[in-house]
Design a protein around this ligand. Sequence first.
Ligand SMILES: *Cc1c(COP(=O)(O)O)cnc(C)c1O
Length: 402
Amino acid sequence: MKRIYFDHSATTPVDREVAELMLEYMTDKFGNPSSVHAFGRETRKAVEEAREKVAALINATPNEIFFTSGGTEGDNLALKGVAFANRKKGNHIITTAIEHHAILHTCEYLEKHGFTVTYLPVDENAMLRMEDLKNAITDQTILISVMFANNEVGTIQPIKEIGQLAKEKGIYFHTDAVQAVGSCPIDVKELNIDLLSMSGHKFYASKGVGALYIRRGVKIEEIQHGGGHERNLRAGTENVPGIVGLGKAAEIAKRDMEKKNAYIKGLRDKVIATIMEKIPHVKLNGHPDLRLPGNVNFSFLYIEGESLLLNLDMKGIAASSGSACTSGSLDPSHVLLAMGLTHEVAHGSLRVTLGRGNTEEDINYFLEILPEIVEKLRSMSPLYGSAAELKPSNPCSSCHHH
Ligand SMILES: *Cc1c(COP(=O)(O)O)cnc(C)c1O
């Protein structure tokens, strides 16, 4: 059976060109960049070239780029590093309720260590309201962390306005841009971003590598101790193959972004329009326009996203749902709940995230079988049929945690 991958927000395949380069730096060019001999100088040079390429993608300078093990580490380093280095100035951090767990759980950790965190609500499109942000700022606020684009519903936040406000108030601004890098043009200077996290495996580099941009002058301290790597901020021998691959992926992303986005957006718009046209009782989640080029997120009323996912998987299609099927429970997504969706509607959500390897043929196949699956599941649903006009009621039976 043909397999179709529609889960690019979870991870992307490594670009062939990137993988070939990585292989070279695992086999022939394997020196430790800290070594003074020729083997070491060779990989040092490659690491520094990768730093230039990553910097160029977001209009930073190379010495503002610090390589990490990925998005999670970048988020941890940004939040803990800035919080601990600036605690004399204040103990208040502002973030949003729809961040990735790498941010939310780090904030919870900081709350246990004397910091106060405000989790801002969002509107029905998952958009932050600038008014709420303004009102949350106190004389204790040292850091604002707002994601560039949401990983579940694709909504792109007003980053420029946030950066401007943070700058005026003298507060550091971090953005988790893991979903945006490679998909949105980013200029950290124009947007007044002080810190930005990115992750290789979300834009065709490998898993286990990423970078944190830290504007020159930001006060931050290390959270991992050891050798003096990455200018004393991130100890540990550099992941040379990963880093070299990240540089190559950044170069490709910059070169192809416009063309790639236009292509993916075309597919996405067809998916959205066809679902709205062919399937009744659906709701598009996320902002209608200000969303990632490859993101489609729908709630299909009266059915469960998990069943939809399994049925699609049986047909070879890999997508994702808004329920985190971890620890044996099916908690609906904190993002969808923050947008005001009821538990039922949140449970019926399906995320399809397109990538550059997807074809028109892939989406035609998907759009052909999706209505059949939805109809089949609805015909089996006790909530559908006679109850089709009923509004979904709370609480729902399938959530175990309330
Ligand atoms: C994937 C993701 C992360 C985590 O990145 P890893 O490299 O997998 O640790 C953080 N934030 C967002 C928004 C993500 O999508």
